[in-house]
Design a protein around this ligand. Sequence first.
Ligand code: SAM
Length: 511
Amino acid sequence: MSNWTSGYVADIGYTFGYYPELSPLRAKLAFLDAGLVFPDVINACELGFGQGVSVNIHAAASGTQWFGTDFNPSQASFANELSAASGAPCRLSDQGFAEFCLRDDLPEFDFVGLHGIWSWISDENRSIIVDFIRKKLKVGGVLYVSYNTLPGWAQMVPLRHLLTEHAEVMAAPGRGIVSRIDAAIEFAEKLFELNSGFARANPPVVDRLKQIHRQNRHYLAHEYFNRDWHPMHFSDMASWLEPARVSYACSANFFDHVRAFNLTPEQWSFIQDIPDQDFRETVKDFMVNQQFRRDYWVKGPRRLSPVRQLEELSRLQFVLLTPPEEVSLKAQGPLGDVNLNEEIYLPIIKDLADHSPVSLGELFERGRQRGVSTGIVLQGILIMMGRGDLSLAQASEEITVAKQFTEPLNKDLVERARCGGDLNYLASPVTGGGIPTSRAEQLFLGAISRGRTNPDEWAEDAWASIAALGQRLVKDGKRIETTEENLSELKAQAKSFSIKKFDLFRNLHIC
Ligand SMILES: C[S@@+](CC[C@H](N)C(=O)[O-])C[C@H]1O[C@@H](n2cnc3c(N)ncnc32)[C@H](O)[C@@H]1O
């Protein structure tokens, strides 16, 4: 491990994820639902942007000026390549937090976000970040932080110790990180097979090891194999952030906003009796055995009056991202499966069915005509947002500005899909964020841009790129071998794309 990393894994790149919680527009809904004032976000900053997918998509698709850093030079270089492709005003550096946070040429930020950073860095780096938030987050500004949480991770602490110790002590010198990870997993599996007392006392950990066995090694390297790995309780997190003068605002996970989803009435009344907000959150984590928190904090929370809250909520616009017939009426929360009421949800889905933005005020009004309260309509919106069926939409002037950056960015991403399939998102100027798009879909869009007119032609064009790399499709976990079978699978996917997604992508200004 190189010594500039403060013990952070740097000899393997991170995955190409997109995290909607980092979108200020999406954060606004969480704040308004919590009854809190949300600032205008002009300048935003992402600390530890990884491959830079989120920061680049947000910089291209919204009018916000984004800044950010990640000290892995390969990742920073990739992120800058995306930034050059979009042309969006986005300033990304490869500095470590210590250096970046001391810069005197940065503006004050309305939004600072860190996803997948806090639990995996040293106390020293955490202090640097807290100091940065203290100095650089504007009054009224919003902080997004996600982190591994106790008590949900408690049983995993010893297994993680075993895996990293094995990688440290038993691996032959010079072995790469992936083979050290594989060897550590194999070792732990053998240990568990010998009926170890730890495995008997902690059966969920055995399942967790099976899950780890199947996971992407790039993800595992960054999740478990750093020198630092510190899941923490909410109250400890609140103590850490106290010097930055930020207070807990609300969860970035919309399912957490729907109480009935998470807590029984008895559990809720037990928690509600606790006067201290921070302890209340900690106790809630014990109720649901929380493993991972995604939270918004604010420097100087201010409550909205109920009238202003309703006015601001009513102005938000939403767009449906899932084909209407595929929106599920089931949802899963800590209390188990929940069946959503057809009479309430089907009309809301119908109101949004043509994938055009509709204001929440309009949805409230239509709900009122059906005898459904604003609270119930809002709850439906939060659940659909939590499941990713729905997104917020920007105003039409913002869409026009963003298009000049999302078009070249998407062109670049579609072109990259010809050489590999790691980055499965495109940017929408309508939502101001990323839209999951498989490699095959990206290849179909590339074919369309080259004038191929029907799904069979899109499939043939896509197959030419895949076959040129000697690659094959994988279906139900099995590699498809023959050209005929690969083509037939691609033709089926292209047809489904043309029927279910093409109009949506058009409305999202992705094609
Ligand atoms: C688990 S990854 C998360 C990346 C990204 N936020 C995401 O979720 O896709 C953590 C990232 O933090 C970066 N990082 C860790 N310590 C850092 C430091 N001291 N300064 C700057 N970046 C750091 C790593 O290079 C890595 O890309």
